[in-house]
Design a protein around this ligand. Structure first.
Ligand code: NAD
Length: 356
C-alpha cells in the first residue's frame, strides 16, 4: 500500500528524532512492501526564521493532502521573547485546529526493563502500568472566551469552560472505541459536583455508553483521579477527559512511567488523518549532540501505522523491537542506569531497526 506522510521536524532535537523514525518506517516499507512518501514541511521556530510565521499556509495545505502527519517538536529560547501569536507553539495549536484533531491519545506504558525509572513503589507498580489517556483537544477552557475586566478586588482575568453535547459525544465515542480494542474499561473524569460543563459531560457519557455495553464505565472526579493515578494506577485502562483536565492528568500519567523520551502521542479527528508526535519538547539543552532518545517518536510512528493506516502487525513489529532493545540493556542518556550500555540517538535508531 502507498501512504503519503507530511513530516514536520521542527526545532531542537526534532530533526534528529524524525530522521531515525523515517528510517524505521522505511524498514517497515521494505519488510511489508508498503511505500511511504515523505514530504518535509516547516513549522515552529524554523518556520519563523524562514517565513516570519510559525505555521505557513503551505504547511497546512501539505498536511491536509497527506494521509498522516509526523511531528518532531517545536520551540526554543531563540523565539521565547516573540509576542504570543508569533511563538513557535502557536503553530501547534494552529495545525491541530486546521486539521480538526479533537482527540489526543497518550498511552503511558511502563516498560518492564525500565521499572527502576518509575518513581512509584514496586508493590504499587505490580505487574506493570498500561494506561491510555484520551484528552479532548479543541474545546473547553483553552478555547473558551477569555479576557480581563474590572473585578471585586481590582482587575480580574477570566477564562470560560464550555462543552457542547456534540463535542463531548465525538470524543467519548472515540474513547469507547479505543477501550473496546484494549482492556474494555473506561474511566470518564470530570468535576460534575461543581461545574455545569462537567454535568453536561457526564450526561453525554452515560447516554453514549448505551452503545458500548461491552465496556465497563466508571465516573471519577478529577481530584480523586489525580490521587488514584499515584495510589493505584493499575486500576485504569482508558481515561477520557476534557482539554484542561487531560493536559494535567496525561502529564501525571507520563511521569509515573519514567522518561519523557519514551512516550508517544496521537491526535485524531473524524477522518483517518492524524498527527503523531512525541510528548516531549524540543529539548534545546541536548539538541545537535546525538543525545536525544528517539523512542517516543518511533513509537508515535507505530501509533500512526495502527490508528491511521490500520497496520496493526507493522505497529507491533516496531513496539516489539523497542522492547527488545531495552531488554538488551541499551539506553540513551535520559533512561541510563548503572550497568547499561549508553548509546546516542542514531545508534538507538539503528538498534531498533536491527531488531525489527
Ligand atoms: P522538553 O520536553 O523539551 O525538555 C524537558 C527535559 O527533558 C530536558 O532536560 C530535555 O533534555 C529532556 N528531554 C526531552 N525530550 C528528550 C528526549 N527525547 N531524549 C532525552 N531527553 C529529553 O521541555 P522544555 O524544556 O520545557 O521545553 C523546551 C522547548 O520545547 C520549549 O520551547 C517548549 O515550548 C517546547 N515544547 C514543545 C512541545 C511540542 O513541540 N509538542 C512540547 C513541549 C515543549
Amino acid at each position: 500500500m502507498n501512504f503519503r506522510i507530511a513530516t514536520i521536524p521542527g526545532d531542537g532535537i526534532g530533526p534528529e528524532v524524525i530522521k531515525e523514525t523515517i528510517q524505521v518506517l522505511e524498514k517497515i516499507g521494505e519488510m511489508f512492501t508498503h511505500t511511504f512518501t515523505f514530504t518535509e514541511v516547516l513549522m515552529g521556530g524554523c518556520a519563523i526564521d524562514a517565513t516570519g510565521h510559525p505555521l505557513p499556509q503551505e504547511t497546512i495545505d501539505e498536511c491536509k493532502k497527506s494521509d498522516s502527519v509526523l511531528l518532531g517538536a517545536v520551540g526554543g529560547p531563540k523565539w521565547d521573547t516573540l509576542p504570543g501569536h508569533l511563538r513557535p507553539e502557536t503553530g501547534l495549536l494552529g495545525i491541530r485546529g486546521a486539521l480538526e484533531l479533537f482527540s489526543n491519545l497518550r498511552p503511558a506504558v511502563l516498560h518492564e526493563a525500565l521499572r527502576d525509572a518509575c518513581p512509584l513503589k514496586p508493590e504499587i507498580i505490580g505487574e506493570g502500568i498500561d494506561i491510555c489517556v484520551v484528552r479532548e483537544l479543541t474545546g473547553g477552557m483553552y478555547f473558551g472566551e477569555r479576557g480581563r475586566r474590572p473585578g471585586k478586588m481590582g482587575e480580574e482575568g477570566y477564562d470560560t469552560e464550555a462543552y457542547s453535547v456534540g463535542e463531548v459525544e465525538r470524543i467519548v465515542r472515540n474513547a469507547f472505541e479505543i477501550a473496546q480494542k484494549r482492556g474494555k474499561k473506561l474511566t470518564s473524569v470530570d468535576k460534575a459536583n461543581v461545574l455545569e460543563s462537567s454535568r453536561v459531560w457526564r450526561e453525554v457519557v452515560i447516554e453514549v455508553a448505551k452503545d458500548y455495553p461491552d465496556v465497563t464505565l466508571e465516573h471519577m472526579l478529577v481530584d480523586n483521579a489525580a490521587m488514584q493515578l499515584v495510589r493505584n494506577p493499575r486500576q485504569f485502562d482508558v481515561m477520557v477527559t476534557t482539554n484542561m483536565f487531560g493536559d494535567i492528568l496525561s502529564d501525571e500519567a507520563s511521569m509515573i512511567t519514567g522518561s519523557i523520551g519514551m512516550l508517544p502521542s496521537a491526535s485524531l479527528g473524524a477522518t483517518k488523518l492524524g498527527m503523531y508526535e512525541p510528548i516531549h519538547g524540543s529539548a534545546p539543552d541536548i539538541a545537535g549532540q546525538n543525545k536525544a532518545n528517539p523512542i517516543a517518536t518511533i513509537l508515535s510512528a507505530a501509533m500512526m501505522l495502527r490508528y491511521s493506516f490500520d497496520l496493526e502487525k507493522e505497529a507491533q513489529v516496531i513496539e516489539d523491537a523497542v522492547t527488545k532493545v531495552l531488554s538488551q540493556n541499551y539506553r540513551t542518556g535520559d533512561i541510563m542506569s548503572k550497568g547499561m550500555t549508553l548509546v546516542g540517538t542514531t545508534e538507538m535508531g539503528q538498534l531498533i531497526i536491527q531488531n525489527m
